[in-house]
Design a binder for this molecule. Structure first.
Ligand code: ADP
Length: 545
């Protein structure tokens, strides 16, 4: 075989090897170094650069063989100029190049990198050998190489874009406030973000690979695992999106109400390939809406009762065929007045709640006697208490120090505690009211011997519309707003309200109000003439027996 033919064959073999090595490379930086090294070697060059177009079409050098990176910037205008004049560099160009690179350059060849008829960049190869210009054969081999390189570079760039997008997507998923998980074709979790970890208490390392139903088991009304009895993804005729909502129990026992939206992927034959699941924690909204429902049912029941009593009495009095005795008329009118008063009180407490929620409950502060206020309230409520076999024992001395607070609103707090003591003491008994001083505050305490408040309800009875679920709840009227308002008023006056209680033994509600005369340093907390005694019905710590 002639030497020329043998050389060509060698070249083709090398080209083939280089091509297959190039197409296997997906890391763009390594690929570009590989391409430029191969181009220089293939054309027996001295040095070379590879320049690619950015999104605006400007050429930038990305890799070079035997040319330090410091020179790349100076070479860039040369690459851009070179593309206009084709393959032949002028003597001036060569001079410029020698100056920039500080090597003797005698020939330059530029290979255009084309992909789908679009130029994506250039490879420039420089030769310093004397009298050895690039032959036509060199040009052919190099242009075949350039075609392969253009494909490999485009693939690597696409791959790089894909990887970047994947990372971007992963970051969005990870940082999403909502829980996000991805399920595979067997309903197993393949991705699980931070919000999901927080929501379920499952670490992603444990959750990934497990069935979705095991990690995020949504409960039905009957407490069954919805995902096992009626998986939303396996329902017949389910479209490409579906939803489910319900309670889940996190690993640490926390209960959360979630809303899941599933985006389902299927193949052409409609087989399930997987799903993207967005999980939103709507516990707070759920509680709010349950509260609203309770509110509407309680309000309609509570307001209807006095209205129907008023109507019944008024209708009876209005009957033309009956002549009523004056005392019968007076008694009936008295009932109407009382019911109307109750209605007014209930409406006022609702208004107070809405004012409080709008932050529009102004306080009118003045200095007044707690003894007088409680004495008046007890006198006013005594008849109602007597009907329930309850006696008030006022254990506050008349000279108890004055407080500075909103008198009318504090009266509402006292009335509420006293009426509750009556309402929730079905077997009667004494209700004691005492006062003490603590750290510049007056502490007022109302103790009864009623049904008590179970420990699990004690922190919640101060919440809006919260009523302990017992027989009395149905028998006793109420919105579950009294203690909520009491706490709002007390806290607005920088005080606190709390309860100590034992079921079936009674409750002890206390609240604090600022004293008018601030505490003098070193002053004793003891009020010598105050009657705060623990009766035989109370424990040593003062809680009712
Ligand atoms: P209401 O009495 O209208 O239901 P409150 O906010 O005043 O609303 O009280 C909330 C709940 O706290 C009541 O429903 C009751 O279950 C409980 N509660 C309040 N005071 C007492 C008390 N003295 N003894 C026992 N339970 C009480």
């Amino acid at each position: 075989m002639p030497e020329y033919e043998a050389g060509r064959l060698r070249h083709h073999e090398t080209l083939l090897q280089i091509s297959s090595a190039m197409t296997a490379q997906l890391d763009i930086t390594s690929l570009l170094s590989f391409v430029i090294d191969a181009a220089v070697e293939l054309s027996a060059g001295t040095a070379g650069v590879i320049a690619l177009r950015d999104e605006s079409g400007t050429l930038h050098i990305h890799a070079a063989a035997h040319i330090p990176a410091v020179h790349w910037h100076a070479l860039e205008p040369f690459v851009a100029h070179f593309q206009d004049i084709g393959y032949s560099a002028t003597e001036n160009d060569l001079q410029d190049l020698r100056l920039i690179l500080d090597i003797s350059i005698r020939h330059v060849t530029a290979l255009s990198l084309h992909y789908l008829n679009t130029n994506i960049g250039y490879i420039l190869v420089f030769r310093s050998a004397v009298n050895v210009a690039f032959s036509t054969d060199d040009q052919h081999i190099l242009s075949a190489f350039a075609d392969q390189a253009a494909i490999a570079v485009t693939n690597a760039r696409l791959f790089q874009t894909l990887v970047r997008e994947k990372q971007h997507l992963a970051a969005i998923v990870e940082q999403s406030i909502d829980g996000v998980m991805i399920l595979d074709g067997r309903w197993r979790i393949s991705a699980f973000n931070r919000a999901m970890e927080h929501l379920t208490g499952w670490d992603r390392s444990e959750a990934i690979g497990r069935p979705c139903a095991e990690v995020v088991g949504i409960e039905t009304q009957r407490g069954e695992n919805l995902c096992r009895v009626d998986c939303p993804l396996q329902r017949p005729h389910v479209g490409s999106t579906t939803n489910a909502e319900g309670w889940i129990t996190a690993r640490d026992g926390r209960r959360r109400y979630i809303q899941s939206s599933y985006t389902i992927q299927r193949d052409a034959a409609h087989h399930f390939l997987g799903a993207f699941v967005n999980v939103r924690d709507i516990t707070q909204q759920r509680i709010e809406s349950e509260t609203q429902n309770t509110f509407i049912s309680v309000i309609s029941h509570e307001l209807k009762t006095p209205v129907s009593i008023i109507r019944a009495y008024a209708e009876t009095l209005a009957r033309p065929e009956v002549t009523w005795r004056p005392e019968q008329v007076r008694e009936s009118l008295q009932v109407i007045i009382e019911e109307a008063d109750r209605l007014t009180d209930e409406i006022n407490s609702l208004l107070d709640v809405s004012r409080f929620q709008l932050n529009a409950m102004p306080l009118e502060l003045s200095t007044w006697s707690i003894y007088e206020l409680i004495e008046q309230t007890c006198t006013r409520l005594a008849p109602q208490a007597a009907q329930h076999d309850i006696t008030f024992e006022l254990r506050i001395p008349p000279e108890f120090p004055l407080v500075i607070a909103d008198r009318n609103r504090t009266r509402l707090v006292c009335e509420n505690l006293l009426t509750n003591a009556i309402k929730y003491s079905p077997s009667g008994g004494p209700v004691r009211i005492s006062a003490s001083k603590d750290n510049g505050m007056a502490i007022i305490t109302v103790s009864d011997q009623g049904v008590g408040v179970p420990p699990e309800d004690q922190s919640r009875i101060f919440d809006r519309f919260y009523r302990v679920d017992n027989r009395l709840r149905r028998e006793q009227q109420g919105f579950g707003l009294g203690l909520y308002l009491a706490r709002a008023i007390v806290e607005a006056q920088h005080g606190q309200i709390w309860v100590e209680s034992r079921v079936n033994h009674g409750s002890r509600f206390s609240f604090s109000v600022p004293l008018a005369v601030p505490k003098i340093a070193g002053e004793s907390e003891h009020v010598p003439d105050m009657i705060i005694e623990l009766s035989k019905d109370t424990n040593n710590d003062g809680t009712p027996r």
